[in-house]
Design a binder for this molecule. Structure first.
Ligand code: ATP
Ligand code: MG
Length: 268
């Protein structure tokens, strides 16, 4: 069901973005949460979405995840225009999201949490416990996650391990794109390092990852590209390997503005 080769083969030609969002606009009454925002994500790429509180990051993530519908703009998946009308539509399109609250069940074991609500296969038959356990073990192995047993109940896991379970859960549907909203916000240094290695594994498996984070150290450690939102608009696109903290922070705070802020503008 899930393996690296299969995920890779789903990727289109290298320069077609997995996800392309163009001129996305979203208003909540008088609030312009997003105005003409562009975002592209390629296979094997981790794109960090950063910006101050209220910049529009979660709104954009919710649009990708089918939780919100944009007022205007175009979304393409692997070059094809799509409408992401609901979270289940997003799932069917290969977009998986780990929301900040994780939505895991403490009193269930690791396997049960991966398959929560998804026990039925595409063919309509129920998966047997043994099969679910095997798939769970394989996905955790793919993620290099050191969770000792898939029969461990969630309350016995560390914050980092719980995040690993939440990420593993997204891989059940064989996604192309994974959206992570603040995955390291509540974690210790060691647990954060563990989660960052899982994000690197998602990239190795060929997925496109959108990482929302306030932590510039994490962002620069794991992402390929950093997209800044400010007041609901693009305000700079940075190569994570070369951009300085100062230039990223200046874009976040508005000390510098970048033309119309559209991606494609590469800043060092
Ligand atoms: N459901 C809503 N109803 C009204 N306004 C909203 C709603 N959701 C978001 N907003 C507003 O839209 C703007 C963008 O919010 P959003 O949550 O996307 O920001 P964010 O970048 O995720 O911020 P944070 O870092 O604080 O999570 C803010 O001004 C926010 O108050
Ligand atoms: Mg947010």
């Amino acid at each position: 069901m899930h393996d690296g080769e299969q995920v890779r083969s789903m990727a289109t030609t290298p320069r077609t973005p997995l996800l392309s969002m163009k001129q996305i606009t979203k208003r909540f009454n008088a609030v312009e949460a997003l105005v003409g925002v562009d975002l592209e994500v390629y296979p094997h790429e981790v794109v960090a979405l950063v910006g101050d509180n209220g910049a529009g990051k979660s709104t954009l993530a919710n649009i990708v995840s089918g939780v919100l519908t944009p007022d205007a703009g175009l979304i393409e998946l692997a070059g094809e225009p799509v409408t992401i009308g609901s979270p289940s539509a997003a799932h069917a399109l290969g977009i998986a999201t780990v929301f900040q609250d994780l939505a895991l069940c403490d009193n269930l074991d690791v396997t049960a949490n991966l398959f929560l609500g998804r026990e039925v296969t595409a063919g309509g038959s129920m998966l047997r416990d043994g099969e679910m356990e095997q798939i769970t073990k394989r996905i955790l192995h793919d993620l290099n996650s050191p969770i000792p047993s898939v029969k461990t109940e969630l309350h016995a896991l560390s914050g980092g391990q719980r995040q690993a379970v939440a990420i593993a859960r997204t891989l059940i549907g064989n996604p192309r794109i994974v959206v992570l909203d603040e995955p390291t916000a509540a974690l210790s240094v060691a647990q954060t390092a563990e989660v960052l290695t899982h994000i690197e594994r998602l990239r190795e498996l060929g997925l496109g990852v959108i990482l929302i984070s306030h932590n510039m150290v994490d962002v620069r450690a794991v992402s390929d590209r950093i997209e800044v939102l400010r007041h609901g608009r693009n305000n700079g696109s940075f190569d994570a390997s070369t951009a300085s903290y100062e230039s990223i922070l200046a874009a976040i705070t508005g000390a510098t503005t970048y033309g119309d802020g559209r991606p494609g503008l590469r800043l060092a």
